[in-house]
Design a protein around this ligand. Structure first.
Ligand SMILES: [Mn+2]
Length: 393
């Protein structure tokens, strides 16, 4: 069984008000071409199809047209698309029935009463267990194992078993994700690898944008990463993955294919930070014909001049590159224990880190109970916000 593993397309994402349609169109074309030449048996899109739960009509058209072209590139291929935390699980299933005529399975919500809905048999090739994103508290304990046990009973011919999920598994590298800590990434609590169950040959994960194997998984659990960078800190390669497995118990053979980004995300300076004057010089010297998005990493001691944005934009005039924003870091002032945060620094912190700092400053111990209580409050707020967002439609 040959499986195309991809996730986190984030269609409809805008980067500092720039629409990324051209990049997404290019990415979708590249994916279609890979399918055409590789002819996989299965195409797995493991969540975060869209960047928001309310994608615009044109973005939805872009996705549906691309999916039809991907199907046409290899009509015998089974396509499985699960919803991620950025997607609306309910809307994801609106066109479930018509999609089935094109061999596309849209799995948006958890169906606890009919768990067989999450098991897709690929005739004579293998089994796919497909679980969409769901709040951890909504997933029954042992749900993954229950699914894998069910597959185990069905799998008399010892065919390969692949499970797909959109979640955080602890111990992964979440570089590039804003508001990430060892507990949560993008507001999602992490699972331990053991909690994902056993009995799969390959665990095809979505959610983390950095492609990686999970430690302790014997190269069986893996994030394929996003095919395009979503933030400036994703300074690693972006790709899609092809997984090959013949029998149950085989070690998966993984190949990655890089996706070219016509509009690279560039930080100036490329590494670390520089003074405002040095950064302006780099901006002035930046080549004319590279259609990059530009972030400036400026080290400050006081405030930047109020004209800084206008100056940066002016320095890129008549160049293909587009100015995005100025990321400031404060230079340590000698021995002083200054804790004032810039807005950017504040936005990059987890609520729990800010709370911890506050308690420490106030001389109160932030113990485990208090931590758990605080985490629960944050979860509830996140969940309410998400529900409100979905109810607005
Ligand atoms: Mn996600």
């Amino acid at each position: 069984m040959k499986v195309f593993h991809t996730s986190d397309w984030h269609l409809g994402h805008t980067l500092y008000d720039y629409e990324r349609i051209e990049e997404h169109t290019s990415m979708l074309r590249q994916i279609e071409e890979i399918v055409l030449s590789e002819k996989p048996d299965v195409f797995l899109l493991a969540g975060d199809v869209y960047h928001t739960s309310q994608p615009s009509a044109s973005v939805q058209t872009m996705f549906t047209n691309a999916l039809v072209r991907i199907h046409n590139a290899c009509p015998s291929m089974t396509i499985i698309v699960t919803a991620g935390n950025h997607d609306s699980g309910t809307k994801h299933e609106i066109f479930k029935t018509p999609w089935e005529t094109l061999n596309v399975h849209s799995i948006g919500n958890l169906d606890k009463d009919h768990i067989e809905q999450h098991i897709i048999y690929i005739y004579n090739k293998g089994y796919i267990v497909a679980v969409p994103y769901s709040y951890e508290r909504n997933i029954p304990d042992g749900f993954f194992q229950e699914l894998l046990d069910k597959v185990g009973e069905m799998n008399v011919n010892q065919l390969p078993v692949i499970m797909t999920a959109h979640t955080t598994v602890s111990g992964c590298d979440f570089t590039g994700h804003e508001n990430a800590s060892e507990y949560t990434v993008g507001g999602i609590d992490s699972y331990k690898l053991e909690e994902m169950g056993s009995g799969y040959d390959y665990l095809a994960l979505g959610h983390i944008h950095h492609a990686q194997y999970l430690r302790g998984s014997n190269n069986r659990a893996r994030y394929c990463g996003s095919p395009l960078p979503v933030s400036f800190d994703e300074t690693y390669e972006h790709s899609i993955s092809l997984i090959e497995l013949e029998h149950h118990g085989d070690t998966p053979v993984v190949t990655t294919i890089q996706i070219e980004n016509p509009h690279p995300l560039v930080s100036l300076p490329v590494k670390g930070t520089a003074s405002w004057d040095e950064v302006k010089k780099e901006l002035k010297d930046y080549p004319k014909d590279i259609p990059a998005y530009i972030r400036l990493n400026v080290e400050i001691t006081d405030a930047l001049p109020p004209t800084c944005r206008a100056e940066a934009i002016a320095l890129l005039e008549k160049k293909e590159a587009r100015f995005c924003y100025i990321n400031t870091t404060r230079k340590q002032k000698g021995q002083s224990n200054e804790r004032d945060l810039t807005i950017t620094e504040f936005q990059q912190q987890q609520p729990i880190d800010i709370a911890q700092q506050y308690f420490e400053d106030s001389g109160i111990t932030f113990d485990e109970d208090l931590k758990n209580l605080f985490k629960e409050v944050v979860d509830t707020v996140n969940e309410n916000e998400r529900n409100e967002e979905q109810n607005q439609n």
